[in-house]
Structure formats: structure tokens, C-alpha cells
Design a protein around this ligand. Structure first.
Ligand code: PAF
Length: 514
């Protein structure tokens, strides 16, 4: 694979125009180390099996240094940067001049502001103007590079959040991928500024990851963090604490009890060197909730998505179908609530979730995973699923399956009732016509006797109506769910869209595959 060294904007433009594959862009300030090298490598692994181009830029941006900060002495070693970029899999390195990035008399250069709610806390407090400098250079770099994907490290989590917001605000058509923090063998997070540390200071700096890990342990056992004490401990190790805060990772506001992921973020001075580090504290592994009406393709999509990101797959609809199968076998009238209620007290429902994305469901020891998919079950499942006694039993069962997280659950009320604190909520839907078409094809392919498409469409409408208007856990889109209308999208596209949302919402540092 060739490797290009680009200097001017013209060289960049020529090179960019010649790229045939999606361009993944890794902006840096140079002094490339193992952390950067992992960012470049990660770019190749995000969307497996697809050839891509990777561009690494090296530009020490004066705007993001306050007077008195280390702009002048920031480490610069372009030769080494070229070597690291090439060896890690970059297709090119681009090192523009200040004039290329911020040409004088360039009127078209707008001044962008960082979102104040995100930029004014943590690092923003002691580095006024820093994030303004970052967003202005990133906007300019993106305008010149026009990448399909921007790759940034989670090490600078606050910066990553601010840049994501910038891209949303500017409506730029690109994806942002965050890459987990990489550490030296002894735990110190890779940073270009580590090179400022003397041997003695470097030893001292190890107290940061060590104490953060200990604080995490405290959190795991007591669900609390005594911040003041940990600040004191850092000070005792000879580190001057600028901040140590426990915040919500997406708003950066003080973490609330209800948050299942919080960010313990620290900035300290070790000698004259400012270092930052963090830990995501988890009460459980992440949960994804996928709700939506019948026939929107939830099962197929969720199964593939689960496998892709290493989550267990929980199909709650199958549980309602299994109860329906059980009631049908017993010859009970599904409308007879009392008999249904009595019968389910005897039900032995067993669910086996496994890492391959499949799920088997057993009723009284019999595997009914296939039988529950028949049209006769589809026709009465809503009748059973709207009954309070049934929902109570199954919701409790589902909550207990999700106690440690690490799963993606699909159903009608997952985001609203079962896992209201899921990290990502999707409302997957499609028009009634499209859902009827899919159901018809599915039944045909499985060899079941089936009604006409028109009849199936009518049944779907009726079922939607029952699901939407039932008193208990009606089918509703949670206020915080993202709606995905899948008409015209194939399965791969839907799975990719959900995986993209997951990668945006859940830090890579806490992905189950880590
Ligand atoms: O993280 C960095 O290296 C810089 O802040 C960035 C994103 C390259 C902008 O100068």
C-alpha cells in the first residue's frame, strides 16, 4: 500500500480526489504515540471487510492553547510521525501550515462556538477558550478533508462530545467513531504530554490510573464515591488536583443516582505537566431496548445486531408467544382472564440466551421456539399480552434477565416499562403495507399456510390498535427513543444504523466486546 506525505491544501485536494474508498480521518497534533497508532488501526476495524483510506493529520493548533500554555514547547517530530502513521495503516499523512488552515484575510472562515453547556465544565473551567479553539480547527480540517468518518480518542471524552455536537449542529454528513483509551503497560494513559515527565514524575503519575481504579472498586461495592477523599489521596501522592468529578457522560452535569453509566473524570498537574484521565463507572453492562409494532423486522434485526456488538439477545415477544402457546395447548379461552391468570402460575418458562445471538424458549421443558411462530399464535398473542397478570409475570422475569445488562431486548414496552434506563432506545417501525408484505413473505418462506397480503394488513392494523390502546404497557414510543422507519431499507442497512447509534451512545470503553 502506498503512503503519501502531504503538505499543502492543493496536495491534499489532489490526493483526496484520487481516493476510491471511504475516507477515515484521524486528526492529531502530532508527536504520535501508541495511542494514536491504535486510533489508526481501529479505523480499519470499525466496518470490517470494507477497504478504506485513512488520513492522519498533524497540526499543532495555536487556537486551543491559552497564553502561557505549552504551544511553543509542544513536542514536534514529523519524521517519527510519518513512520508511526505509515506503520499503523495510514494511507497518507497531512501536515498543513498555519497559513493553510487559517489563511489571513480569509473571510469565509466562520467563528464557531462550542456548546456552552458542554464546554464550560471540567477542562473548560481551567482552559478558557480551549474548546473554542478545538471546534474552530476541527471545522476547518473537516471542510478541507471531507471525510466519511472522523476518528477520535475517548481519552479526550469532553472533546469528543463537543465535536459530535458540532457535527450535528453543522449537519455535516459524516460519522464519528470514538476509540477507547489505550494505556502503557503500567496503566498510564498514552498522551503526547507524557514526554514532558521526568522519570520521577512519571512514577508519581501512575497514582492517577491506580486511584481511579480503586475508586471504581469503591463504587462497585458501595454505589457511591467519596470524591473529596479521592481528591485528598491524589494530593497526597504529590499530584495537584485540578478536578475530580463524577458526571453524566453525555451532559457532563453531576451524575445522578439514576444514571447507569457515569464518568469519573480527573485532571491533575504532575510537576508542570497537566494530565487527564477517566473511568466509566457502570452499575451494569449496557442495555439496548428495541420497541416497535409487530412486523417491523425487530426479531431479525435485533438478532444480527446482538451478535455484531456482542450483546445477548432477549426476544420478549417470544415470551408472550410462549405463554399464548401454553394457553392454547391447555384449551383455555384466551379472553378468560381468570383462567389465564391461574394457568400461568403453573407455567415453567425457560429462556436460553446465548452469545451467538440466538435464543431458545422452553415451556415445561419442551422447546417451542419454532411452534410459537405460527399464524394461529400471531392471531391471539395480543389478547394474552394485554392482560395484567401476564405482563406482570413476564416483566419481572425480563427485568431479572437484564439485571447485569449486556443485552439487547426487543418488544413493545422495553424502553418504556422493562428497561426505562436502557442506554439506547430504538423505536423500529415501518408502514403497515410494508409490514404486511414482510409478514406474508416470512410465513410463505417458513411454509405456513397464510392469508392474503390484504388480510394480513388488516390483522396488523387490528393488532396495532390493541397494542396501542391496551391499558397496561401500551405500545408507545418513549420520549427518549430514536425512531427508525425501515421502509426501503434492507436488513443490513437497518442493523448498521442501529450499530452506528450504539457506537455513538455507548463509549467503546464499556462495550461488551472489551
Ligand atoms: O485531540 C487532539 O489532538 C486535538 O485537540 C485535535 C482534535 C487534533 C484538534 O486540534
Amino acid at each position: 500500500m502506498g503512503f503519501s506525505i502531504l503538505r499543502t491544501n492543493d496536495e491534499l485536494r489532489h490526493w483526496r480526489n484520487a481516493q476510491k474508498f471511504d475516507l477515515y480521518f484521524v486528526p492529531t497534533m502530532g508527536a504520535l504515540h501508541k495511542g494514536h497508532s491504535e486510533l489508526i488501526k481501529a479505523a480499519h476495524n470499525f466496518d470490517e471487510a470494507k477497504p478504506i483510506s485513512v488520513l492522519t493529520s498533524v497540526f499543532v493548533n495555536p487556537l486551543q492553547f491559552a497564553p502561557g500554555e505549552d504551544f511553543k514547547k509542544y513536542p514536534r517530530n514529523f519524521q517519527k510521525d510519518c513512520k508511526v502513521a505509515q506503520e499503523s495503516g495510514s494511507s497518507a499523512i497531512w501536515s498543513p501550515s498555519i497559513q493553510d488552515i487559517f489563511p489571513e484575510n480569509e473571510k469565509s472562515l466562520s467563528k464557531t462556538n462550542a456548546r456552552d453547556n458542554l464546554a464550560s465544565s471540567l477542562c473548560g473551567l481551567s482552559r478558557p477558550g480551549h474548546f473554542e479553539g478545538v471546534v474552530n480547527v476541527v471545522e476547518r480540517l473537516l471542510t478541507l478533508v471531507k471525510p466519511e468518518v472522523l476518528v477520535l480518542g475517548e481519552k479526550d471524552w469532553q472533546q469528543l462530545l463537543i465535536i459530535r455536537e458540532l457535527i450535528k449542529d453543522l449537519k455535516l454528513p459524516l460519522k464519528v467513531r470514538g476509540v477507547k483509551t489505550f494505556r502503557e503497560k503500567d496503566g498510564l494513559a498514552f498522551s503526547s504530554r507524557n514526554s514532558y515527565l521526568t522519570a520521577k514524575e512519571r512514577q508519581k503519575a501512575l497514582a492517577i490510573p491506580r486511584l481511579l481504579a480503586q475508586a471504581e472498586k469503591e463504587f462497585k461495592s458501595s454505589k457511591k464515591i467519596k470524591l473529596q477523599e479521592w481528591r485528598k489521596r491524589l494530593n497526597q501522592e504529590g499530584l495537584e488536583v485540578e478536578y475530580l468529578e463524577l458526571v453524566d457522560p453525555w451532559t457532563l452535569q453531576t451524575a445522578q443516582k439514576s444514571h447507569t453509566i457515569s464518568l469519573l473524570a480527573a485532571a491533575v498537574k504532575c510537576g508542570k505537566t497537566r494530565l487527564i484521565d477517566h473511568k466509566f463507572l457502570m452499575e451494569r453492562k449496557p442495555i439496548v431496548a428495541i420497541d416497535g409494532p409487530a412486523g417491523a423486522g425487530k426479531s431479525t434485526v435485533t438478532k444480527i445486531f446482538a451478535k455484531k456488538v456482542g450483546l445477548l439477545y432477549l426476544d420478549t415477544g417470544a415470551m408472550y408467544r410462549a405463554v399464548t402457546w401454553f394457553i392454547q395447548q391447555k384449551g383455555i379461552d384466551p379472553k378468560n382472564k381468570n383462567e389465564v391468570k391461574d394457568a400461568i402460575q403453573m407455567l415453567q418458562l425457560e429462556l436460553n440466551l446465548n452469545q451467538s445471538g440466538s435464543q431458545s424458549i422452553l415451556v415445561d421443558g419442551k422447546d417451542v421456539s419454532e411452534d410459537i411462530r405460527s399464524q394461529s399464535i400471531s392471531n391471539i398473542v395480543s389478547e394474552i399480552a394485554k392482560q395484567e397478570a401476564v405482563r406482570k409475570v413476564l416483566t419481572t422475569h425480563q427485568k431479572s434477565l437484564g439485571i447485569n445488562g449486556g443485552l439487547v431486548a426487543e418488544g413493545r414496552d422495553i424502553g418504556s416499562t422493562v428497561f426505562p434506563d436502557a442506554e439506547l432506545k430504538i423505536f423500529l417501525t415501518a408502514t403497515t403495507k410494508e409490514r404486511a408484505r414482510r409478514r406474508y413473505e416470512d410465513l410463505k418462506n417458513r411454509g405456513y399456510t397464510h392469508d392474503s397480503i390484504e388480510e394480513i394488513e388488516t390483522q396488523i392494523r387490528q393488532r396495532d390498535e390493541i397494542d396501542r390502546t391496551r391499558e397496561i404497557s401500551p405500545l408507545i414510543k418513549s420520549h427518549d427513543a430514536i425512531e427508525l422507519v425501515t421502509d426501503g431499507m434492507n436488513i443490513e442497512k437497518v442493523v448498521d444504523s442501529i450499530a452506528d447509534l450504539f457506537k455513538e451512545k455507548v463509549p467503546q470503553e464499556v462495550w461488551p466486546s472489551n
